[in-house]
Design a protein around this ligand. Structure first.
Ligand SMILES: [Fe+2]
Length: 171
């Protein structure tokens, strides 16, 4: 279920994250999710994520496919969203395939191969954040292993292209 993008939700979520971090005595990374409705929205998704990360003082698990899916479903620029994230908090990437319900509706399924525009966004994410460790998500419609390894190879090649990219400082 979608969280309302409100100040009240920022305080609630950040408090819960701080509680977990206090218990574990270490920071955790929270993931940007895909969502299909934003009831009671008082701020943009990017502002909500930035506020939670700041108030909770936690890290970010950046799902590149979720940015792409959300950018189409909620009509925003994926590149602008990407570069507006606080680089110093990005610890890990997810990448996955999704379902094309219609040209303007994408469903985050993890049930298809990663499409070219998502790989291009991943390339830009490495360029901006450095060669961050990356998980290829695939939950069903599992293809032969060679096909998955082809996708993994593509990820590794992109990472090596950016292996000299310096991680940006906290912004
Ligand atoms: Fe994910």
């Amino acid at each position: 279920m979608p969280l309302p993008f409100t100040d009240e939700a920022v305080h609630y979520v950040a408090g819960r994250i701080r509680q977990v971090q206090d218990f574990l005595e270490q920071r955790i990374a929270m993931e940007n999710i895909s969502y299909y409705a934003a009831p009671g929205q008082h701020m943009q998704e990017i502002a909500f994520i930035r506020a939670v990360l700041e108030e909770a003082d936690c890290d970010l698990l950046l799902d590149v496919n979720n940015i792409y899916v959300n950018s189409i479903n909620h009509r925003y620029d994926a590149e602008e969203f990407l570069v507006a994230l606080p680089a110093g908090r990005v610890r890990y990437f997810h990448i996955a395939g999704h379902y094309v319900e219609a040209e303007d509706i994408r469903i985050d399924t993890h049930g298809a191969a990663v499409c070219d525009p998502v790989f291009e966004l991943l390339d830009n994410a490495y360029s901006h954040f450095g060669p961050v460790p990356t998980l290829l998500e695939r939950d069903f419609n599992i293809p032969p292993l060679e096909e998955l390894l082809t996708e993994v190879d593509r990820i590794v090649k992109l990472q090596s292209t950016h292996s000299n990219t310096e991680r940006l400082k906290i912004v």
